[in-house]
Design a protein around this ligand. Structure first.
Ligand code: NAG
Ligand code: NAG
Ligand code: NAG
Ligand code: NAG
Ligand code: NAG
Length: 622
């Protein structure tokens, strides 16, 4: 494992480099820094000075500090503005960076010797892009670019730290590519560990069960309906929408949906999700394997079965086979104000640097569904605080528009993807929370199980079969007001026995998950056979399906969709809406993790949905 240069060497490099034409610039100050490469990555070489890179400056947005209170205003059940969601235009207008910010960064770039034809301000002013050589970028940022390689072979351009002139810093959230290991999923290495809580399998099952007898060993849609009391048929599917996000090369197979339909959901036979392709997203059918088809087959079969064929399901398939995609591509497609990430807003713009893949970069072109479930995630420490804050604010904007964003909480208990236990600063053995689950403006979904020998009418436990429910405490995000009380209660009544150096024990940080649902023993048709599948990957689309049915009932009564649900579900109006889970824990990092307990806990959140109570609570709201 590569270790970074000692700090002294870095300082010498920083002081030794001078940007050209720096006459009026203020002194440089370190803007972002990490002391260690992300887990699994090692430095292979210095990047070539003549290589071209697209530097992106994420400009500081206006009024962004208030986004949480704006979101609370439309999401808290006690607010007079509950359900009064914002238009995309109002959102863009409220949060766009100021002209002063745009001008300050532009002026500095020009003064530093960058030509105006290398600089581009994105239409909504969120980003400034500079088409630069590595040498120019290094002079601008007082930094040194390197090429890193992941254990799986994937390469990524990054640096250890970078600086900006003191007077520019307040105008820039962060710069990419720099210290963030936000590598995309690569077609060469499916199942890559740094972005994905991919489901796990114990293999093919030859005898699948029907009925409710064996739900402790095989979960089917019928088991889930009985477990959570789901008995609701969509009444106004044309007014409603439910979306599942998949990242290429993951893809579903129609013959698998048909096979699943034949045994468990006859109405789905021949029914496909409605494909919305983002940045060249394709359903590849050339190769098949559990790693390539398991996630999509699982998500779609259960999401579609639970909302029934009456409710069309949107599949957001992000990324082409060559480049894949990251969360940024997905966000760009939904929100033009977030653009642009590796490309232009104008379809005529060349894409960069993807040489042979997708033709256009999708930007603000995709209408978000009312509920969107994603079963992929990063380890928070692979990204920086500023980087995660920017994405998190985008999720808040979607919430303001009335969209419910669900993310699986991860499958490694208190550890990060692949079981990694390392923090941002390189300390090993440290609990590794998951992002976007740690963003206070999304809803994080953990996993439960039916205990061996128990029935669907017995209480579930935290999932301890094959996977452990991701959960814990953010190192970047403060505790949101909706969660303060339950987190305080948990830490007071069930103080975790771990040294404060290995987890964020302050009680002031965002804790996850928020809710949970069964994540063990799912019967899924994959590549022509039924397999048993495990993971919070299953839990998130199941919760998404239930929330979609709630939206149907509200829309049928002329009410708004539920949007960002956290302020509501943590409120007393929802006290009966979840089945409390109080046994099991989420092992990881050579510990037993946190213990599930009565009330909210950092393993199963508030518990599993009680659909009839949840529906009643939401129907009582305006
Ligand atoms: C910002 O600049 C644009 C033109 O570039 C102008 O139309 C707009 O009025 C300016 N906004 C403010 C608040 O000055
Ligand atoms: C970036 O600049 C180089 C020349 O410096 C040019 O060849 C290339 O087309 C530019 N790319 C973009 C996307 O502007
Ligand atoms: C299922 O059947 C296949 C082929 O008949 C066999 O190889 C496999 O071991 C069986 N699996 C189980 C779980 O019984
Ligand atoms: C704990 O979380 C808070 C809130 O995000 C943060 O300010 C603090 O730095 C974190 N502490 C540690 C030790 O990571
Ligand atoms: C890294 O962070 C841990 C807590 O997460 C702390 O105990 C340790 O002292 C830090 N190490 C360095 C080198 O800053």
């Amino acid at each position: 494992m590569f270790l970074f240069l000692p700090a002294l060497t870095v300082l010498a490099v920083v002081l030794g480099l001078q940007a050209h034409g720096e006459a009026t610039a203020s002194p440089y100050v370190v803007h972002e820094m990490r002391t260690h490469a992300a887990a699994g990555w090692s430095l292979v070489r210095r990047h070539s000075p003549s290589a071209l890179i697209l530097l992106r400056f994420a400009l500081a947005q206006s009024n962004i500090a208030e986004i949480g209170s704006h979101l609370n205003d439309v999401s808290h059940p006690d607010s007079p503005n509950y359900g009064k969601h914002w238009s995309a235009g109002k959102i863009a207008e409220t949060f766009a960076p100021s002209n002063e910010t745009v001008a300050a960064v532009q002026t500095w770039l020009l003064e530093s010797g960058i030509f105006s034809n290398q600089i581009r301000v994105t239409p909504t002013k969120g980003w400034i892009e500079v088409n630069a050589t590595v040498e120019e970028a290094e002079q601008l940022l007082h930094a040194e670019y390197s090429v890193y390689r992941h254990d799986t072979g994937k390469e990524h351009i990054a640096l250890q730290g970078y600086s900006l002139p003191a007077h520019i810093r307040r105008h820039v959230d962060f710069v990419t590519p720099t210290i963030h290991f936000d590598a995309k999923i690569s077609s060469r290495s499916p199942g890559t560990p740094w972005m994905g809580s991919y489901p796990k399998t114990t293999g093919v099952v030859n005898e699948t069960s029907q009925g409710l007898e064996n739900c402790d060993s095989q979960i089917t849609p019928e088991c889930l309906r009985a477990l959570y009391g789901i008995a609701y048929k969509p009444a106004v599917p044309h007014l409603n929408s439910y979306g599942i996000v998949e990242y290429t090369p993951q893809s579903y197979r129609q013959d698998d949906i048909n096979k699943f339909a034949a045994s468990y959901s006859p109405d789905l036979s021949g029914i496909s999700p409605v494909l919305t392709s983002i940045d060249g997203g394709v359903i590849q059918t050339d190769q098949e394997s559990f790693n390539l088809n398991g996630e999509s087959d699982l998500d779609l079969q259960y999401a579609m079965a639970l909302v029934s064929a009456k409710q069309p399901l949107t599949l957001y398939q992000a990324g082409d086979l060559q480049e894949g995609a990251s969360f940024n591509n997905f966000l760009d497609a939904l929100d033009g104000s977030y653009c642009t990430f590796e490309g232009g807003d104008d379809p005529a713009d060349p894409t960069y640097p993807d040489s042979g893949g997708y033709a256009y970069h999708d930007c603000g072109t995709v209408k978000p569904a009312n509920v969107i479930s994603t079963s992929y995630s990063y380890t928070e420490s692979d990204l920086s605080s500023a980087y995660t804050a920017r994405q998190c604010a985008e999720y808040a904007k979607l919430g303001l528009m009335g969209v419910t964003m669900l993310f699986s909480s991860g499958d490694y208990g208190v550890a990060g993807n692949g079981g990694a236990c390392m923090s941002y600063n390189g300390t090993y053995g440290v609990f590794n929370p998951m992002f976007p689950s740690t963003c206070p403006y999304v809803t994080s979904v953990g996993a439960t199980q039916i205990n061996t020998g128990a029935s669907v009418y017995d209480p579930e436990s935290a999932c301890e079969r094959v996977i452990y429910s991701g959960g814990g405490f953010s190192n970047y995000f403060a505790v949101p007001s909706y969660q303060e009380e339950v987190v305080h209660n948990y830490l007071t009544n069930h103080p975790p026995p771990y040294d404060h150096t290995i987890w964020n024990a302050t009680g002031n940080s965002r804790a996850f998950p928020d809710v949970s649902a069964n994540g063990a023993n799912y019967v899924v048709a994959i590549d022509g056979q039924f397999s048993l599948v495990y993971g919070t990957s299953a839990s998130s689309p199941v919760v998404g399906a239930m929330l979609t049915l709630v939206n149907d009932a509200r829309l049928a009564k002329g009410k708004a969709p539920i949007g960002f649900i956290n302020p509501a579900i943590y409120s007393s109006a929802f006290a009966k809406a979840f089945n409390d889970i109080s046994s099991g824990s989420n092992s990881g990092c050579d510990t037993t993790g946190f213990a599930s307990a009565s009330g909210w806990d950092p393993v199963t959140g508030l518990g599993t949905p009680n659909f009839p109570s949840m529906l009643e609570a939401w129907m009582a709201l305006p």
